[in-house]
Structure formats: structure tokens, C-alpha cells
Design a protein around this ligand. Structure first.
Ligand SMILES: [Zn+2]
Length: 81
């Protein structure tokens, strides 16, 4: 299984098998694919997709990210590209 966390929204992505492509729901569209065979990740900003070795590491990362998101994020969404 491949595990990654979207550093923008804190969503944990888990690809359980080769053709299990998962994507988060934030504007970065972080995605993970490949299961335990290989790891393919993608997203608007690839540096926001953090791969993890374990689910506990992913959860720790996710909690750290989501706790920072208590500030309104709508401002960020309207920022110019
Ligand atoms: Zn996201």
C-alpha cells in the first residue's frame, strides 16, 4: 500500500493496489496510484504531495496540517496564480 498526505488540505491518500488511484478533494488535486507495486503521485503542485512510509506517520502529518487550516482558506483560493 502506498500512503501520502496532501500538504494543502491534510487529506490522507491510500492506494491499496496497482489500479487504485486516489485523489484528494482540494484545489491541488493531489493523487496517488500504484499500491504496493510502485508509487505514482501527482497534483497541481507536486511538492504538496508528501509520501509516507506508514499510516501513523501520515496521520501525524495530517493532524499537523489540518490544525493549521483553522484560519479561513477562501482567501488563498482567490489568490492570483
Ligand atoms: Zn488536498
Amino acid at each position: 500500500m502506498s500512503i501520502a498526505v496532501c500538504r494543502q488540505c491534510g487529506e490522507i491518500l491510500r492506494s491499496k493496489h496497482v489500479h487504485d488511484c486516489v485523489q484528494c478533494s482540494c484545489p491541488n488535486h493531489s493523487m496517488l496510484d500504484g499500491g504496493s507495486e510502485y508509487t505514482r503521485k501527482g497534483g497541481v503542485d507536486l511538492s504538496l504531495v508528501q509520501t509516507c512510509l506508514s499510516l501513523s506517520e501520515a496521520k501525524r502529518l495530517s493532524i499537523g496540517i489540518t490544525s493549521k487550516l483553522t484560519a479561513p482558506i477562501t482567501k488563498g483560493l482567490n489568490a492570483p496564480l
